[in-house]
Design a protein around this ligand. Structure first.
Ligand code: NAP
Length: 493
């Protein structure tokens, strides 16, 4: 980081004054002096941010004389750790940030008397996701029992601290066992322009420490599922349309691997993944109908599946969008040019003047139109999954978009595939080598979902489901519960 960046205040004094004027007097007093132990990257960025927001900053280093001039922004007071803590106490401050690595915490034991009664903010991250035992913050709390340890600010990088969250949307997760210590850290986060989120007691600190290390945690299963489906359909198409014809009659279709086969696998994956978005909802409804209550947990696998529906929907949209781009490119390939020329030549040789086939014209117009509409509706779904757009909708609007339009996108996508394959999917040649066409395979899950949805719309199901979702419980469920209370688990659902 450039030193000039560190020394320049991020906000001009007028803006600082404006920011301070919106804070209550207690907030201004409580957070106006802050001590930071450690003089590394995090400490420098935090000092800049604190100074820009009008705080007094005391930096405690093991050896302040070693720090190069200009390393810290103007206004930061560089002292020994002991002196910095003493100055903090003398000026009525209570907040101490530990900007040192957890392995160096034992070196702070000598400061126990100075730290006593203060709020110590542990900003460390976990070193790996596989760590067992107490978190860094819990270890620190055991080391310093006379301090209030609060975990926080670790989700911010030194860079974010320096540049600040201008729209106030950057979240700072904070947890700790002492409510007043925690609230002063949350106030400081707000004052620095971040949005503080209380995530509970210190027992939540492991999750907070691991938060910056997570790599798309909620995307793993959806990405894996979509990837596997794509690979399956790609290999299936390559075997059926390239490998087997080559082995059978030396037909060389290898050039299909780069574009045509990808464009067969993409829509198939998009369709199946879109069906997977709506399938867990059907399972949940069937389970509720069967159990006769909504007050029973779904199995874990179903819970997890329901939680990744948004990611599955977005991945389905991605595959569908790529399929659209690939399809547009199909006609500009060199291979298409040759194919059209060859077909024209054959037609001339055969003496055919007009190759217009009315049914094929209708078929292509219908499948293109339903495909474009399906992609359009999917785009609306993808847009509403953005938090800023989703938050602007009320519950009914959101349900209409995600469920109503979602089923419409699924139905349009199924129609797109049906129009595309209405003739050749029923021909025996399409089932060469006893393998059904890819589109027939990919149609099975969405058709099951659509039929399931229609069945659930029948009054005998929908009326009962409605009642269950409003809290009604079936007689059978109540009898089962009674038996369970009496210690008889036989016949449990
Ligand atoms: P750093 O640049 O290496 O600074 C660590 C500081 O710890 C040093 O400047 C030094 O200060 C002190 N120190 C070094 N060795 C020590 C020892 N043996 N005993 C006691 N103190 C020692 O590290 P950093 O990037 O600022 O990170 C500090 C903490 O912030 C870590 O826990 C990290 O997980 C957390 N964090 C960092 C970032 C980031 O973006 N950098 C983001 C989130 C959280 P003195 O020599 O002045 O004592």
């Amino acid at each position: 980081m450039a030193q000039s960046d560190m020394s320049t205040p991020l906000l001009d004094p007028d803006v600082q004054a404006e920011q301070l004027s919106v804070l209550g007097p207690s907030e201004q007093r409580g957070a106006s002096v802050v001590c930071i132990l450690g003089s590394g990257d995090f400490s420098r960025s935090l000092s800049s941010r604190l100074l820009a927001c009008g705080c007094r900053v005391l930096v405690g280093s093991r050896d302040p004389g070693r720090l190069q001039p200009g390393l810290f922004p103007e206004g930061a007071e560089l002292r020994t750790q002991r002196e910095a803590l003493q100055a903090l106490v003398d000026s009525g401050g209570t907040l101490v940030f530990l900007a040192v690595y957890p392995e160096h915490y034992p070196s702070l034991l000598g400061l126990k008397p100075q730290l006593s009664g203060l709020t110590v903010v542990d900003v460390s991250n976990a070193s790996s996701l596989k760590e067992k035992g107490p978190s860094n913050a819990e270890t620190l709390a055991r080391m310093l029992p006379s301090c209030s340890v609060v975990k926080g600010f670790n989700v911010l990088s030194a860079w974010t601290l320096l540049t600040g969250a201008h729209d106030g949307s950057r979240q700072v997760l904070v947890c700790g066992d002492c409510p007043s210590a925690k609230s002063s850290v949350l106030s400081l986060a707000r004052r620095l322009g971040f949005s503080g989120v209380d995530v509970g007691g210190l027992c939540a600190s492991r999750a907070v420490e691991e938060a910056p290390l997570q790599l798309f945690p909620s995307w793993k299963a959806p990405l894996l599922t979509t990837g596997l489906l794509f690979v399956f359909f790609y290999l299936y198409s390559a075997i059926k349309y390239i490998l087997l014809p080559y082995l059978d009659r030396f037909e060389n279709n290898l050039h299909h691997l780069a574009l045509v086969t990808v464009n067969k696998a993409l829509p198939a994956a998009a369709l199946v993944v879109l069906a997977l978005v709506y399938m867990p909802g059907l399972f949940a409804a069937v389970l509720q109908l069967y159990r006769g209550t909504k007050y029973k947990r779904f199995p874990d696998w179903l819970d997890h599946w329901m939680c990744v529906r948004k990611q599955l929907g977005l991945l389905s949209f991605l595959c569908a969008a790529l399929h659209a781009v690939y399809s547009v490119c199909l006609s500009i390939r060199r291979a298409s040019g040759y194919m059209i020329l060859n077909a024209a030549y054959r037609q001339v040789q055969a003496g055919v003047a007009d190759s217009w086939v009315e049914a094929q014209v209708w078929r292509s117009d219908l499948y293109l139109s339903s495909g474009i509409l399906g992609l359009g509706v999917l785009s609306v779904l993808a847009l509403t999954s953005l938090p800023s757009v989703g938050q602007a909708l009320n519950w009914r609007e959101f349900t209409f978009v995600q469920s109503g339009l979602g089923y419409m996108a699924l139905a349009l996508s199924v129609a797109h595939v049906l129009f595309f394959g209405w003739d050749f999917a029923v021909h025996p040649e399409a089932y060469q080598y006893y393998l059904p066409p890819v589109l027939v395979l990919s149609l099975a899950p969405p058709c099951c979902v659509l039929v399931g949805r229609l069945l659930l719309l029948l009054p005998c199901c929908s009326i009962r489901l409605d009642k269950i979702r409003r809290g009604w419980e079936s007689e059978r469920h109540r009898r089962t519960e009674k038996r369970r209370e009496n210690g008889d688990t036989f016949g449990d659902v």
